[in-house]
Design a protein around this ligand. Sequence first.
Ligand SMILES: [Zn+2]
Ligand SMILES: [Zn+2]
Length: 420
Amino acid sequence: MTPLKALGGTSDILPEEAQAWQQLEEKARRVFQLYGYQEIRTPLIEEAAVFTSSLGEAAEIVTKQMYLFEDRGGRSVALRPEGTASVVRALIEHGLDKTSPLNRFYYGGAMFRAERPQKGRRRQFHQIGVEVFGSASPHQDVELLCLLKRLLEEWGLSGWKLKLNSLGCREDRAKIVEHVRATLAPQAAKLCEDCRQRLEKNPLRILDCKEEGCRKLCEGIDVYEAVCAPCKEHFEQVKRGLEALAVPFDRDPHLVRGLDYYTRTAFEVVHPGLGAQDALGGGGRYDDLVKLMGGSTPVPAIGFAVGIERVLMALESAGPKPPEPAARPVYVAAVSSAEIPNALELAEQLRRAGIAAFANLEERPLGRQMKQASSMGARFALILGADEVKEKMVMVKDMQTGEQKKESLADALRKVNHNA
Ligand SMILES: [Zn+2]
Ligand SMILES: [Zn+2]
């Protein structure tokens, strides 16, 4: 049989790399706790309607990128292409907005999009995100962006930029769409092929087309011009709040985000280390989504998601970091195969005391065992021979100095614990 391989666009995260993932996740969890967010875990697979109803049938994620299939019961299901829709579905299903007027959630995990795999774009990718339900206040937007800034700082990222815009309310959005369509329609022939189609279905997407010609045509367009007065006032308060708290941002008149459900504040974090696809993550307000997805009352909401692979790429672009010191286990050696069960038992004793331990379980010369101990970075080796076992003692070898001394088990434990 030919050896099997992971599917294109998916990858294994091998132990060496997984360490960096764990650190990102742990740091994120700490920041979320500081801001009072609670974890929510939703299924990776949902009824397709969860996404078609929220993202919009015309959204490119839905039409081109969603893993959509019929399950064995003939239901139309999808692998989640993003996190927000599932969280909203869960909020409504469990009536969480009824039990608490304000809900702050975080989530993390794999998302799926059937895209052509390329650098920074995987078919299975991973996001960490937050959602806040129950506040329409511009101060909530400010606090959420403070959290985002804190998260990026905690991860050790520098050089990122926050791009900010307001898309206005539902009514404004219709005006914005018309404004963009009316401005571009007379020059439709100069748009790229994709954008000529977008002009009918989804004109806002033209604003983030990367084609030079399309960019030029869009230069004069500012979607904010079509935003109503109350929405403008909301946005002004967001900007003032960010300035007061020293959260740097750039207003981007073309920032519309890819999804239909955003209202008012929308943002994106970009990083120069990522190349053309430079977004680390983004988000915005979605005040109508809960109602749109069948909620009985409107619940104003805001959230963001950050791509973990993107964050790792951005961190790498800043140059190699010294690896964090790995756990240094105590090595437990057995002089002959007769002492292997004793080595195993001693290692268990160490672990019960909270000390990482590696027991030699193979029959092999002591010299080879000591070589393995140093390659693991062990600080101490505890060596058990026939005499030690009989005397209930252990030979403690300091791997740095090479010194060794026979000690009681209790003394040995104290020593390695003290130096752990
Ligand atoms: Zn408005
Ligand atoms: Zn274009």
